[in-house]
Design a protein around this ligand. Structure first.
Ligand code: M6R
Length: 620
C-alpha cells in the first residue's frame, strides 16, 4: 500500500510533499516522512502516525529545498514506529529512499548485508533496499566511477533491483548527485508529472492534480531519472524508452466534509445522488434497456458470452455477489464471483467466451489488478466497474463502466457499494435484453430503477431509529448478520462494515445456513441482525428468525414499512421502503451502514480511519 511522492524543480519542496502525502493518506496512515537534499546534505523528517504529525514536526524542524521525496506508510514489515517510517537511509548516508511494495527475499538480503557490515535501524524490508543501493554505489566507486554522476547512481539502482524478489516502487536520492531523483518500479505504480523545468512523482496521480496534466505512467522494470537536465526512462532489458506522455484526467474532488462530522456519514447521505449518477444517461427507455459508452466491445461479441467472472475484494466482492444473482436472473448467463486474491493464483476452467469484470472502487487494489492482468494474459476481454477515473485498473482494462460516485474517502465503503450494485443491475438489464428479457420486463425494470433515488432518500430517514438502537447494542462483542437471496450479500457487507470500523466481531451468513453450525453461537449476548424485507421468501426468513428467538438471541430486524408481524418477533425493528427483491440490497444496506457507524462512534473508534486499514489495499 503506502503512498509515495517526489519532486525536483524550483519550488519549495516541503509544501508539495506534504500536500501530496495528505492526498495519498488513503493508501496508509501508520507513519509519514520526507527527505530533502539541503546544501548537499540529506535531511529526513519522519514520524509514526498521521501526516498531520509530520506536518507539526516540520513546523518545529523545517527543511528548505527544491528536491525531495515523501512517503505515507501502511505497515507490512515492522510496527508503526518512527524507526520503521520511511524514508530510509542506506550505508553511510550516501542514499535515501522510499519504497512501496513487498520485498519477499528481504531476510536473505538483510543477512548478506549485515555480513558486509551494514547496520539496520528498522525491521522493514525497505531498509534492505537502501543498504543494497548504498552497497552497489560503493562498489561502483571502488571500480573508479564517480558517485556524483547520474550514470553511476543509475547503475547502482539497476544492480539493486536485479536482486529484489517481490514488488516495488522505489524513489531514491543520492547525497553526491544533487538535483536528481531516480525511481524504479515492478508491480507497484509510479506516475511522473511533467512541469516546466520540474518533475512531480506519485504512487498515483492524486498528488499531481493541479500541478500538471502531462503524465507518464512508469511500466514494470523501467527506471526513470529526473533532474534539472530532463527526464530519461530506461527499461532494465531493452534500454532507453521514449516516454509516452498522457493527459491526466482530472476529476473535481468534492472532498469537503460540509456539515457532516465524518466522511462515512457524508457518503452514506450522498447515496441518492451517487446512485442517480450511476444511472445518468444509461437508461434507454425506447429500447427498454441500458446503454454504456465505454464497454469497447461490440454487441455481437457480447451476445456470445457464455460465462461471466466477476472478480473483486472486500465490499466490491459483496457487490459482485449481488451481481451474480442479477446476471443469472435477468441475463441467464452463468456467473462466478471470485476473490481476486484467489483468482490470481488459481487456474479455473474458462470458456473462450468468458467475460471478466473486475469490480473496484479505487481501481488500485493489488489483488484485483493482478487477477485482471492474469485473465487478460489468457486472452479474455477484461472490463472494469470502477470509481476512480484514470486509476490503474481503469487504464489497463479493455473497457468498462465508471461509477461516477465521486470521491469515497471514508475507509468503510458505502456509496461505492450501492453504485456498484446499481451498475451491475444496469449490466444485467443490458445483457438480459440481448437475450431472454422481454420489452415489457425491461421497461418495468427501468421504471423501478428511476424511482430508486427517491426511495433511497426515504430510506435515509431510518437514521434516527438506528441511532437509538445502536445505543442498546454497542456493548455487544459478537453479532450475526443474516439474510437470504439478494440479502445474503447484504448480510456479509453489514458484518464487514461493523467489523472494520467498530472492532466488534460479526459474521454474515445465509439465514437458513446458520442452523448448520453458527447457531451454536447464539445466546443472550449474541445479537442477530436479520434482513427480512417482504418478498419471495419472507415467510422462510421469519422462520429462521424464530429459531434464533427460541435460543434467546436478541434480534434487530430490517423490515419493510407496514410490517406489523415482525414487531411481535424482533426485539428492535428498523423499517425501510418496500421494493422488488432485486432492488433490496440498495435499500437494506443503508440501515446497516448507519448501524456500524453509530456503534463505532459509541465505542470511541475512528470511523473514517479505522486501525490497521487503508482505503486502498495496494499490496497483495
Ligand atoms: O477499491 P476496491 O473496491 O478495490 O477495494 C476493495 C476493498 O479493499 C474494500 O472494499 C474494503 O473491503 C472496504 N474497506 C470495505 O469497506
Amino acid at each position: 500500500m503506502c503512498g509515495i511522492v517526489g519532486y525536483v524543480g524550483h519550488r519549495d519542496v516541503a509544501g508539495f510533499l506534504l500536500e501530496g502525502l495528505h492526498r495519498l493518506e488513503y493508501r496508509g496512515y501508520d507513519s509519514a516522512g520526507i527527505a530533502v537534499l539541503q546544501n548537499d546534505e540529506i535531511k529526513v523528517r519522519k514520524k509514526a502516525g498521521r501526516v498531520q504529525e509530520l506536518s507539526s514536526e516540520l513546523d518545529s524542524n523545517p527543511v528548505q529545498s527544491s528536491i525531495g521525496i515523501g512517503h505515507t506508510r501502511w505497515a507490512t514489515h515492522g510496527e508503526a514506529t518512527n524507526e520503521n517510517s520511511h524514508p530510509h537511509i542506506g550505508g553511510n548516508g550516501e542514499v535515501v529512499l522510499v519504497h512501496n511494495g513487498v520485498i519477499e527475499n528481504y531476510i536473505d538480503l538483510r543477512n548478506q548485508l549485515q555480513g558486509l557490515g551494514f547496520v539496520f535501524k528498522s525491521q522493514t524490508d525497505s531498509e534492505v533496499i537502501a543498504h543494497l543501493l548504498a552497497h552497489h554505489l560503493q562498489e561502483q566507486v571502488k571500480l573508479g566511477e564517480d558517485a556524483s554522476t547520474k550514470e553511476t547512481c543509475l547503475k547502482a539502482l539497476e544492480l539493486t533491483t536485479r536482486k529484489l524478489n517481490g514488488t516495488y516502487g522505489i524513489v531514491a536520492m543520492f547525497k553526491e548527485c544533487s538535483n536528481t531523483i531516480i525511481c524504479a518500479r515492478a508491480g507497484s505504480p509510479l506516475v511522473i508529472g511533467i512541469g516546466k523545468d520540474e518533475y512531480f512523482l506519485g504512487s498515483d496521480s492524486s498528488p499531481l492534480i493541479g500541478y500538471t496534466e502531462d503524465v507518464v505512467y512508469l511500466s514494470d522494470y523501467e527506471i526513470a531519472i529526473l533532474s534539472s537536465d530532463g527526464m530519461e526512462i530506461i527499461h532494465r532489458d531493452s534500454g532507453h524508452q521514449s516516454p509516452s506522455i498522457q493527459t491526466l484526467k482530472q476529476v473535481s474532488a468534492d472532498s469537503d466534509l460540509g456539515d457532516f462530522e465524518h466522511y462515512m456519514l457524508k457518503e452514506i447521505y450522498e447515496q441518492p445522488q451517487s446512485i442517480e449518477n450511476a444511472m445518468r444517461g444509461r437508461l434507454d427507455e425506447d429500447e427498454a434497456t441500458a446503454k454504456f459508452g465505454g464497454l469497447n466491445i461490440d454487441p455481437q461479441q457480447l451476445r456470445k458470452i457464455d460465462r461471466i467472472v466477476l472478480t473483486a475484494c472486500g465490499t466490491s466482492w459483496h457487490a459482485g455477489l449481488v451481481g451474480e444473482y442479477l446476471l443469472e436472473e435477468f441475463a441467464r448467463i452463468p456467473t462466478e464471483v471470485e476473490y481476486a486474491s484467489e483468482l490470481r493464483y488459481r487456474n479455473p476452467p474458462m470458456t473462450d467466451n468468458t467475460m471478466v469484470f473486475t469490480i473496484t472502487q479505487s481501481g488500485e487494489t493489488a489483488d484485483t489488478l493482478a487477477a485482471m492482468r492474469e485473465c487478460k494474459r489468457k486472452g479474455h476481454p477484461t472490463l472494469a466497474i470502477c470509481n476512480v477515473v484514470g486509476s490503474t485498473i481503469a487504464r489497463e482494462a479493455d473497457g468498462g463502466i465508471y461509477l461516477h460516485a465521486g470521491p469515497e474517502i471514508g475507509v468503510a465503503s458505502t456509496k461505492a457499494f450501492t453504485s456498484q450494485v446499481t451498475v451491475l443491475t444496469l449490466l444485467a438489464l443490458y445483457l438480459g435484453r440481448m437475450r431472454h428479457l422481454s420489452q415489457p420486463a425491461g421497461s418495468r425494470i427501468i421504471q423501478q430503477l428511476k424511482e430508486i433515488p427517491d426511495i433511497i432518500r426515504k430510506t435515509l430517514k431510518c437514521h434516527e431509529a438506528v441511532k437509538d438502537i445502536s445505543e442498546r447494542y454497542c456493548h455487544y462483542e459478537n453479532f450475526l448478520y443474516l439474510g437470504r437471496l439478494y440479502n445474503f450479500p447484504v448480510a456479509l457487507e453489514g458484518a464487514l462494515k461493523l467489523k472494520e470500523i467498530s472492532y466488534s466481531h460479526a459474521e454474515g451468513y445465509p439465514a437458513a445456513e446458520m442452523k448448520q453450525g453458527p447457531i451454536a453461537l447464539v445466546d443472550e449476548k449474541t445479537p442477530s441482525v436479520f434482513i427480512v424485507p417482504r418478498g419471495n421468501i419472507y415467510p422462510k426468513v421469519l422462520s429462521n428468525l424464530e429459531e434464533i428467538k427460541a435460543r434467546k438471541g436478541p434480534v434487530i430486524a430490517i423490515a419493510c414499512e407496514g410490517d406489523t408481524r415482525i414487531e411481535q418477533l424482533a426485539d428492535d425493528v428498523i423499517y425501510v421502503p418496500d421494493v422488488e427483491d432485486y432492488l433490496q440490497p440498495l435499500v437494506t444496506s443503508i440501515p446497516l451502514q448507519f448501524l456500524s457507524y453509530h456503534i463505532a462512534l459509541l465505542r470511541g473508534c475512528n470511523v473514517d480511519r479505522p486501525r490497521n486499514l487503508a482505503k486502498s489495499v495496494t499490496v497483495e
